[in-house]
Design a protein around this ligand. Sequence first.
Ligand code: NAP
Length: 340
Amino acid sequence: MTNQQIVLKSRPVTHASEDNFALRTVPVPPLGDGEVLRRTLYLSLDPYMRGRMGSAASYAAGVPLDHVMIGGTVSQVIESTNPAFAPGDFVTGYDGWQEYHVSKGHDLRRLDPAVAPISTAIGVLGMPGMTAYVGLFDLGQPKAGETVVVSAASGAVGAIVGQLAKLTGCRVVGIAGAQEKCDYVVQELGFDACVSHYSDTLRDDLAAACPKGVDVYFENVGGKVFEAVFGLMNVHGRIPVCGTISEYNAPTPTSGPTLRALLTNRIMIRGFIVGEHAARQADFLRDCAQWIREGTLKYREDVVDGLAQAPSALLRLFDGRNFGKLLVRVSPDPSQATRG
Ligand SMILES: NC(=O)c1ccc[n+]([C@@H]2O[C@H](COP(=O)([O-])OP(=O)(O)OC[C@H]3O[C@@H](n4cnc5c(N)ncnc54)[C@H](OP(=O)(O)O)[C@@H]3O)[C@@H](O)[C@H]2O)c1
């Protein structure tokens, strides 16, 4: 049996391109003792992958050249000599950009398709959802009546942040690119307002949408969007810094607001990495699975078919051509037939 893989061929200097990747076909290794062979059904594409394509020092090392690209996955077990997993089981893990993977399965978590569609394990009920949950609740600490602003508002993380803030009783203002995305977060997700970062009057648009200023800014974008929101922060405001996607393709950091304003307004600004908040996973899964069942938490997936499409699809994240959680359907999902 053969395994298609996508490996990192070269490192981008500025913008990532499809040429940084190569498709290769290798044999699937034989199954050893205590191992699990699984077929990838869904591959998650996420902005952090741009960082892993580089070699700059960060919280995680870059992917070595000629190695399979890292990525969260939902898979089905095909064969197993590990008593913890049986053929047919659905699991989530980090199997990367490939059709098959064999390992001891230490990092696998079994999924129950009756709880939610299994693709959600890499979306609203996976890393992006967990990021929204801990970033908003634990770092942002929103209170009813406060104003919460979130950028990349229609995306995998931002859409959940805004809905969780609404559940808390906050005024919620999104920032997104296209008008279609702004309409979606207001009309479908219940945000109070959304402004476009393409507007020449972004700062004024935001000020009008946030008449009482901003108490929590959930930062996903950085750059000029950050500067526009920063000037509206209230005393004792909080800024969980989740991501700065506008800077991921830049060779050097872009400028930002002055630290003096942080001091005078006693603003708490704190970066975080979701992987360091694993202790909250049980709370996150309990709460968000229930809100999805009740219909209070909505999510949108942007599904691309075929592993070979992963490189071009990844690039969509950096100019807003994804709309919702971006994932690749690597193989047909057998659980969909049983869900009806
Ligand atoms: N700290 C952590 O542990 C952690 C975990 C997960 C994600 N993150 C971060 O969270 C952020 C959102 O991730 P996601 O998975 O939810 O992605 P996403 O929002 O589903 O997709 C990325 C979106 O970012 C916006 N964007 C891209 N380039 C931009 C630019 N130059 N200026 C303004 N907006 C731009 C686009 O939306 P528009 O079309 O609306 O512009 C694009 O659709 C990223 O910064 C990511 O790195 C951090």
